[in-house]
Ligand binder design. Structure first.
Ligand SMILES: [Zn+2]
Length: 423
């Protein structure tokens, strides 16, 4: 293990001890423990002789200026992730990327010469959206995709407004999009992020590190089936209009659609996470049934096709069961494939470190999803033990963490060289 990776893991453990309890990490965005995590971060940055700036959306930026003697010193490579977490979350989600980025700056800051391009480490504000339900707050503001009217009235479970929580942290919602102006003013050439996988795929393949090819797009809908509630004893099976059975058949059909569209290296997923029948009596045939459907894929055409086929299946099944069906869209997110050239560099870095390079897509969204829309982006994953995340059991075997941290350092160096030589 390199001393760099050892220091990152030691820093992560220090942060865990400072901001966690026996129930897990407590760095929920905009609250006191999160602020304390950021105070810890500021201290670490000061030790390297650098300083932290907060943008209008609450993102923290640390800049290591490129050597002014270099013609490319104003080009920027940014990297980072988020210090915030879900309530009673894990010690690695988000922090791995920020603390590894700290080590990158430490290495470049102590080198005899400044890098030929400017390096920026970012700690995005409120990636998780754990308290107010709006994830990717800071990175969306920087990318210019955050809509103020969508968040102005957001409240937490206690009824507190996001606007007021922002105010407690010195952020004025009406000025949040100034973060987009300062972001655009940079000559940003690449965004790099290292994160834990938060799923079981790498572990199942026996791998510690993976090259992330992009983040899934999402089609999320509620589907309502309407039949006729009737007595469970008196109504013959053939004469029923059972909304639940139509919903259940549709759920199974959607699983078959996802299986059919899954190819090796290009898996897709779908989930029916909500099932709600009416009138909900043991002696009543369900007259109505709402189900949710969440479909995800990396390829936009595949996602659109999956959505179309699910629609058709629900209509066919509704007809067969003599019920009505209606769809309501909840959320639509574009797939975000990562930059092909950065993927090559990332693959080289992982191969040099581990002897091979596994590619996989990301099911969860990340700050990198926002960045991918506006700047060449790539991500690296470290395996997650038992695929667990967003809980205190979240962990990664240390040899896997070390290899991933070292691969990320290689990726940054390769990207610096690439951006410096670009014309
Ligand atoms: Zn995260």
């Amino acid at each position: 293990m390199t001393t760099e990776a050892r220091r990152v893991i030691a820093d992560l453990k220090e942060l865990k001890a400072r901001t966690g309890t026996e129930r897990g990490a407590q760095r929920v965005a905009w609250g006191p423990v999160w602020r304390d995590a950021r105070a810890w971060f500021r201290g670490k940055v000061a030790e390297i002789g650098l300083s932290v700036e907060q943008d209008a959306a609450g993102n923290l930026w640390v800049t290591l200026a490129g050597a002014a003697s270099s013609a490319t010193h104003e080009r920027v490579i940014a990297f980072g992730s988020h210090l915030d977490c879900v309530p009673s979350g894990g010690w690695l989600d988000g922090c791995l990327g920020v603390v590894t980025g700290l080590e990158v700056l430490r290495q470049f800051a102590k080198a005899a010469e400044r890098p030929p391009v400017t390096l920026k480490l970012v700690d995005w504000a409120d990636e998780e959206g754990a308290r107010f339900g709006r994830s990717l707050f800071g990175s969306a503001a920087a990318a210019g995709t955050l809509k103020l009217e969508d968040v102005r009235t957001l409240k937490d479970r206690q009824g507190a407004l996001l606007v007021d929580a922002l105010g407690e942290n010195g952020i004025d919602l009406d000025r949040v999009l100034e973060a987009h102006e300062s972001f655009k003013a940079m000559d940003l050439r690449a965004y790099l992020e290292v994160h834990i996988e938060q799923g079981p795929v790498l572990e199942a393949m026996g791998k510690g590190t993976g090259v992330v090819i992009g983040t899934f797009g999402v089609e999320r809908h509620m589907i309502r089936f309407t039949g006729q509630a009737a007595h469970s004893g008196s109504t013959p099976i053939a004469m029923r209009r059972d909304a639940f059975l139509a919903a259940a058949e549709t759920a199974l059909a959607c699983r078959e659609i996802a299986k059919r569209h899954s190819k090796p290296g290009a898996g897709v997923v779908c989930t029916v996470g909500v099932v709600d029948v009416e009138p909900k009596f043991v002696t009543a045939i369900p007259g109505a049934c709402n189900i949710s459907l969440d479909q995800r894929a990396l390829d936009p055409a595949t996602l659109a096709q999956m959505h179309r086929e699910a629609h058709e299946a629900s209509e066919r099944i509704a007809r067969e069961n003599d019920v009505e069906v209606a769809w309501t869209s909840l959320l639509r997110i574009e797939p975000r494939p990562f930059d092909p050239r950065l993927l090559e560099l990332c693959e080289e870095a992982v191969r040099e470190e581990t002897g091979e390079a596994t590619r996989l897509p990301s099911g969860p969204l990340h700050d990198a999803s926002e960045m991918a829309a506006v700047v060449p982006t790539v991500m690296l994953f470290s395996s997650s033990a038992r695929g667990l995340s967003h809980c205190k059991e979240e962990d990664t075997p240390e040899p896997h963490l070390e290899a991933t941290i070292d691969a990320f350092l290689r990726l940054v160096r390769k990207t610096v060289a690439e951006v410096a030589k670009a014309t």
